[in-house]
Ligand binder design. Structure first.
Ligand code: F6R
Ligand code: MG
Ligand code: MG
Length: 373
């Protein structure tokens, strides 16, 4: 079995929250090369989207492997050191604890991991996003795996007719549920249409019984209890031969749908599919970006990446994203550009609410009737 792990963290931005400094990428690349030479990893690549570094790694230790998570943590400590030395912004931002004990759960960095038996040819897409949250994958995953208007294979390929099983996490209550589509599609949409709380964690093929997709489902604000940046999620999707084709996996991003994130993690804004050269959110800390790195995995080796959104067929989505951004921006501090209060609960907004608490006067009529016995 091969495990593909993407482990990512924002360990400092260059400039502000817009990109990762080349020295940090160089240090992470050297660390991954050393871990590959040592035999911990079969292969590894380093990439980035906005201010987040992603370590894309293959190995045979399975998900949640202590050695792999420890390696990633130590690599992020190293990039944090560089960020501190260069005075970069938010150095070590996502490393929430000093007491790492072998597993990244609840520690700040995000990760998506998929363990599978390699098929004769194994195309996968690694999606990296910045300035948004894990629920941002809900809409495209639904389209890829459950919407025949997106994925022709759901109609045309007999291997896809039995549908796909979605595993959904409730991030507030820390519980999970599975839905089989198309049977449970409407029930599932009731939940995943609220992506701040319900997040698709994984998808598998019902007919083939193989894992198809995995996302990072951490929510930093829930871990830290305060705003420390959006989670800037990553996702792995396997493609072809009874799973959605590469073009069907990319198709949902031709529509720059609205996600939560952008400036101060507190605004709805369109997600813009971009090549790596443009994965540098600038305007109003946005618009949120998504990059797609395509690989063929061959005996664990990562053949690639191909920069899948660096393609003119996504030009229109980018220009629509810019138009939608203009539209949202004109709302200024008003909803629906700004997130509803319930989603601002864990931001600095809550401090402001307590500051104002004394200034609110009740307008309810004061009852003069004697209290009931
Ligand atoms: C987005 C993000 C930024 C910051 C903003 C203010 O994920 O992190 O939008 O929230 O730039 O940053 P501070 O409060 O550090 O000045
Ligand atoms: Mg940052
Ligand atoms: Mg980021």
């Amino acid at each position: 079995m091969t495990t593909l792990s993407i482990i990512k963290a924002d360990t400092g931005g260059f400039v502000g929250h817009s990109e990762v400094h080349p020295d940090m990428l160089a240090a992470a690349t050297a660390a991954v090369a050393a871990a590959t030479a040592d035999g911990l990893l079969i292969d590894g690549k380093v990439s980035r989207c906005g201010d987040d570094i992603s370590l894309i790694m293959t190995h045979d230790h399975g998900p949640d492997a202590e050695r792999v998570h420890t390696f990633a943590w130590e690599t992020f400590l190293r990039t944090t050191e560089i960020a501190k030395r260069l005075g970069l912004y938010g150095a070590g931002q996502d490393l929430l604890s000093d007491a790492f004990s072998g597993n990244l759960r609840g520690m700040g960095p995000g990760y998506a991991e998929l363990e599978f038996t390699e098929r004769p040819s194994e195309p996968v897409i690694c999606f990296l996003a910045d300035k948004t949250e894990p629920g941002a994958w809900n809409l495209p995953l639904y389209k890829m795996f459950a919407d025949p208007f997106n994925t022709a294979g759901l109609v045309i390929d007999e291997k896809m007719h039995d549908g796909f099983r979605f595993e959904v996490y409730d991030l507030y209550e820390e519980k999970r549920i599975t839905f089989d589509t198309p049977r449970d599609s409407y029930d599932m949409l009731m939940f995943i249409g609220a992506p701040a709380r319900y997040v698709v964690h994984s998808v598998e093929s019902i007919k083939l019984g193989i894992p198809a997709a995995a996302t990072s489902t951490q929510r930093l604000s829930l871990i830290a209890g305060r705003y420390v940046g959006k989670d800037d999620p990553v996702m792995i999707v396997r493609c072809q031969s009874g799973l959605p084709a590469v073009g069907e996996v990319l198709e949902p991003f031709a529509f720059p749908y609205a996600v939560a994130g952008c400036m101060r993690g507190s605004h709805h804004a369109p997600i813009m599919p971009v090549g790596l050269a443009q994965a540098t959110p600038a305007r109003f800390d946005g618009p949120p970006r998504v990059a797609a790195l395509g690989f063929q995995i061959t005996q664990g080796r990562l053949i690639g990446p191909r920069d899948m959104f660096a393609d003119p067929s996504f030009d229109r989505a980018r220009s629509q994203a810019n138009e939608a951004m203009d539209y949202f921006r004109r709302h200024g501090p008003f909803e629906p550009h700004r997130l509803p209060l319930s989603d601002l609960e864990y931001t600095t907004m809550s401090a402001l609410e307590s500051k104002m608490a004394d200034r609110w006067e009740s307008m309810r009529p004061v009852s003069t009737a004697p209290a009931p016995a």
